[in-house]
Each structure stands twice: as structure tokens, then as C-alpha cells.
Design a protein around this ligand. Structure first.
Ligand SMILES: *Cc1c(COP(=O)(O)O)cnc(C)c1O
Length: 370
């Protein structure tokens, strides 16, 4: 068969080890997964009751327009209903954007390291990829702007950025948006938006009114705790949405996801509570890093990237055998760092104790070698 040649260069997404297989392999009773930035507190109890009382039929196709969810999100964000596009996770919207704008002969600009799916989809579409290294863990918007040319169709800005947790400041973003040519779509991926507490963060929805080439992506997978149900959305002016809609599969958001997301949106108290607990959790990580003299990026998300000054895979393996699944920085572009999701206070304490043991062991080994 004559496969697109770019597919041969890609490997499928490597999902983390499953909890069950790790339990068996290392004979552990309990495994704590802090690898995928899932919400350690689950989701709002309103979601469970909504799914019970509004049980969607299995045999019936979902509402392809996500009408009820659309009404709720529109009124929550104070945007028009035709300024929204829904996806099977925001991953799906990244795919729709790529499918709509990227092709051989076009190029796309992104930061590196950043979220892997921008590049993955661009490769599949055969577009040229311009990767601009982070500067101190942050998007280098000046260099990203300089990389834009006549063939640039999409620029990806992940703020807060995965895997560093850093964000683009308001001034930097606005300076950048003021300069980007109108034919270039700027994608602002805000998967962690609800966790942000920085004072100089911007009102991104308001920015979509000023900049007609901006789309903001958000998701129900992270703070809302609905990763398994796959619901994300994009906010942009109606001409962008209209242009993207034909590339969206008709029934891309399932019925359970629609009901759950709508219920989750109605419980902002749950969201605020998780945000607060996450902030406290972040301080547990920072204190640990300061005590052990480790550097980290201050995070606006529910994860921290910590430089453990040792091989990331070794650190990963040590924690795995203690029952903690984290993300090794190896595959993320940070070979001596671990990306650890902020869990509950007890989970944080547990993983940090185990990491402390690892560091002690490393130091003893170093000393005995000298
Ligand atoms: C988790 C994540 C997403 C994808 O979320 P889904 O809505 O579950 O597809 C998108 N962007 C970033 C930066 C993420 O970390």
C-alpha cells in the first residue's frame, strides 16, 4: 500500500503503564498515578447525578450540535453559540485545525518542548514544522514571530505550557498578537486555564473579540475531571468556527460526555476547591525542591517539572517500584527531569518521600564512586 510517507516516521502515542500491570509486576497493593495531569479529586458529584437522571440512550446517536452543552458554555463564557466548536477532547480540535489548515507546502510554528499533538498532527498533514526552543521554560514569542513567513498557516501557543507549567504573560501575548499577520491562525491552548492564578494572566475569551485570527482551546479533561469522557472546545469568532466545522466529524462528542460536561460546568464550587487544593499541593512540591536544592519551573498548572539532576528514566523507575507512576522527562525533552501531577496532599507527600529516597540513594552512590 502507498501509505503517506510521513506516517512511517511516527510512532503511536505511548500510553502510560496501566495501574493493573504495574501492581502485578511489582507486587504492590496500591498504585498512585501522577502521570497524566488528571484531577486527583475526580469530578463533581453533580456529574454522577446528572448521568443517572438523564441517562442517554445507547442506541441513539449523540446530538451532533451538542445543543444543551453549547447553550451552557456560551452563557458561562458570555459568547455566542456560533463562536464555539466542540471536540472529542481538545486533542480532536487540534486535529480538526491541522486538517483544515496544514498541508505540504504550508508551515506551522510551535514551541519546543511543548504539547506533542501539535507536531504529531502537522507531520501527518505533511506540513513543514518550525520548532522554536523555549527560553527559560517559556515560549519565545519574539523568535516564534520571526519564524512566521508567507507559508505559515498556524502558530501554536500552549499557555500554561505542558510540560513546563509556565505561562505567557499578558504583555508578551498582546505584543505578539498585534504583529501576527491576519492570515495566520493563532491557537492558544489553555488546557490548564482553570488552574491559573497569576495576576498578569489575560482574559483570553475577550482577546478572541479583538483578534479575529485567534482560537482558544479548553477542555473538560483536566480540572473538571472528565478525561475519560473526551470533551473539549474551541472559542473563536464565527468565521473561524464556520471554516473549521466541515472538518469536524458529525458525532464527535458522545452523549455521556455532553451530559457530564454540562453538569460539571454548573459546579464552579468544585472547580474553585480543586484549584485551591492544587495551589497548596504546589507548595508541597516547591518546599521539597528547595530543601533538596532542585530546580523547577513555577507552575500555573496541576503538574510540576522538576530537575532531579539524574537520569529521568532511573528516577521514573525508582518511583514506579514504590507505586508511583510519574512522567519521565526523557520523552518530553527534559532528560533529567520528572513531570509529576499534583495529587492530594497525602499523595504528594508519598511521592515526594519516595523521590527523597531516590535522591539519597543517588548521592550515596556518587560518594562511594569518588
Ligand atoms: C491534556 C492536554 C490536552 C488534551 O486534552 P483533551 O481535552 O483530553 O484531549 C490539550 N493540550 C494540552 C496542553 C494538554 O495538556
Amino acid at each position: 500500500m502507498r501509505w503517506k510517507k510521513q506516517l512511517l516516521t511516527l510512532t503511536p502515542y505511548q500510553p502510560g503503564k496501566s495501574i493493573e500491570s504495574v501492581k502485578k509486576q511489582y507486587k504492590l497493593d496500591q498504585i498512585i498515578k501522577l502521570a497524566s495531569n488528571e484531577n486527583p479529586f475526580g469530578c463533581s458529584s453533580k456529574v454522577h447525578s446528572a448521568l443517572q437522571s438523564q441517562q442517554p440512550g445507547f442506541a441513539i446517536y449523540p446530538d451532533g450540535y451538542a445543543t444543551t452543552l453549547r447553550e451552557s458554555v456560551a452563557s458561562f463564557l458570555k459568547v455566542n453559540q456560533d463562536e464555539l466548536i466542540f471536540g472529542n477532547g481538545s486533542d480532536n480540535i487540534i486535529q480538526i485545525i491541522s486538517r483544515s489548515l496544514l498541508h505540504p507546502g504550508a508551515n506551522t510554528v510551535m514551541a519546543t518542548p511543548s504539547f506533542s499533538q501539535y507536531k504529531h498532527n502537522a507531520v501527518i498533514e505533511g506540513a513543514e514544522i518550525k520548532e522554536i526552543p523555549l527560553l527559560d521554560g517559556q515560549h519565545d514569542l519574539e523568535k516564534m514571530y520571526a519564524a512566521i513567513d508567507d507559508h505559515t498557516n498556524v502558530v501554536w501557543v500552549c499557555s500554561p505550557n505542558n510540560p513546563t507549567g509556565t505561562y505567557v504573560s499578558k504583555n508578551n501575548l498582546i505584543t505578539f498578537l498585534d504583529k501576527v499577520p491576519a492570515h495566520v491562525l493563532v491557537v492558544l491552548d489553555e488546557a490548564y486555564y482553570e488552574y491559573v492564578f497569576a495576576d498578569d494572566y489575560y482574559d483570553s475569551i475577550e482577546l478572541t473579540r479583538t483578534y479575529s485570527n485567534l482560537i482558544v482551546l479548553r477542555t473538560f479533561s483536566k480540572i473538571y475531571g472528565l478525561a475519560s469522557l473526551r470533551v473539549g472546545y474551541g472559542v473563536a469568532n464565527r468565521s473561524i468556527i464556520q471554516a473549521l466545522e466541515p472538518a469536524r466529524e458529525p458525532f464527535n462528542v458522545n452523549s455521556f460526555g455532553q451530559v457530564a460536561a454540562q453538569a460539571a460546568l454548573c459546579d464552579q464550587e468544585f472547580v474553585q476547591n480543586c484549584k485551591e487544593k492544587n495551589r497548596q499541593g504546589l507548595t508541597q512540591f516547591y518546599e521539597f525542591c528547595e530543601r533538596h536544592n532542585l530546580s523547577y519551573y513555577p507552575s500555573q498548572t496541576n503538574f510540576v517539572l522538576i530537575d532531579i539532576k539524574a537520569d529521568a528514566n532511573q528516577g521514573f523507575q525508582y518511583l514506579l517500584e514504590k507505586g508511583y507512576i510519574v512522567r519521565s522527562g526523557k520523552a518530553l525533552g527534559f532528560p533529567t527531569s520528572l513531570r509529576i501531577t499534583v495529587g492530594s496532599s497525602d499523595q504528594n507527600e508519598g511521592v515526594l518521600n519516595a523521590l527523597g529516597e531516590f535522591l539519597t540513594k543517588q548521592n550515596t552512590e556518587k560518594l562511594s564512586k569518588n
